[in-house]
Ligand binder design. Structure first.
Ligand SMILES: [Zn+2]
Length: 74
């Protein structure tokens, strides 16, 4: 892996570019290790299933959090 190109991600602080040394991703964007440059996503069937489960879990959590907030408002 080459680590020479500057990361294109905008940081939260003042929306400046990250500029840490990164790699070119599949989609053509440059990402450093902090912004997902190392990750290539789940490869095995088990890994894909686990990641899908995480999304379901997250959505459930978000839905329940929303409900709690609404109840507090009332
Ligand atoms: Zn970065």
């Amino acid at each position: 892996m080459k680590f020479k190109l500057p990361c294109e991600t905008l940081t939260k602080q003042g929306k400046r570019p990250c500029r840490a040394p990164g790699i070119v991703m599949k989609n053509g964007r440059i990402r450093c290790k902090v912004h997902g440059g190392y990750s290539t996503g789940p490869k095995t069937k088990e890994g894909k299933a686990r990641s899908a489960n995480n999304i379901i879990k997250y959505n459930d959590q978000r839905a329940s959090n929303k409900r709690q907030i609404n109840e507090q408002d009332l």
